[in-house]
Design a protein around this ligand. Sequence first.
Ligand code: ASP
Length: 332
Amino acid sequence: MKKILLLATGGTIASRPTPRGALAPAIDAAELLRFVPELREVCAVEARQLFNLDSTDVGPAQWLAAARAIREAYGAFDGFVITHGTDTMAYTAAALSYLVQDTAKPIVLTGSQRSVYVRDTDARTNLLCAFRYAAADGAWGVQIVFDGKVILGTRARKVRSKSYNAFQSIDWPESAVFRDGTLIPFLPAPARAGPVRFYDRLEARVFVLRLLPGMTARALELLRPHYRALVLEGFGVGGLPGGAGGALLAAVDAWLRDGRLVVFSTQVQHEGSDLSVYEVGRIARELPGVLEARDMTPEAVVTKLMWALGQCGDAVGAARLFQTPVQFDLLV
Ligand code: ASP
């Protein structure tokens, strides 16, 4: 029987109402497991409480703690299940995809839209599926298991705030699905480049700015001293308002000349950016050092920048890491 380590971190799945009727994490790892006694037939489980937070409060420090816990237990277990709030689960899944690369053992995140003790909860099904996937032969990589889907960590997004069908794989097939209780693998494990690699540094000073019609350059100027990288979420395939002599282009140029990274991405959910299509995009693309998100998810873009800057102090080295595909984050 396979040995799986549960790392519990909080989220709705582990929440109960506070005295004023709002939900907050209160259920620990051992209690969570008592709701799924069937797990005994799936795998041997050990549990650790990593922290107990609403995932609104989960960020780079917690991603590093999760990666460290996996590293310490890696030799002793066949796979890992992380219970987590759904709100930032896609960020954590993407971050772990960069912090733990080429893993032969599956790292599976799951959670639920309703707390585990609620009668019509999705938590029990999600937990069972997460452990079943983690214990399955051929399971691989960092994945989110939710509502019967197994979604690669670098391609996952939360697309519904209330329904059980909360996560989607963006522009990439699911790794596997559960149909009528049977696990159907779609994508086999890719050939690995080498043994598992763990990383232990992230640079948190990354900012995302959503372009608005009519926006001035003021925000870019104010933000520049405080951040190492800026993601500019543009319109459609991408471009910069104001033209070649515009203040926005000059502000982006100032970021780059300062040795900071600037990534152009898109506000559109599917198919990514391409600055080469329009003149408004070409003017930005011609600035030396400008990066493009292409078809990476917003969560992958941000966490990959943090990882790349954490490994490489200089902009050129970090940009090279950012542009190198990791676990199918960059497809075209
Ligand atoms: N606010 C919760 C969290 O992300 C939502 C959830 O888990 O579904 O922790």
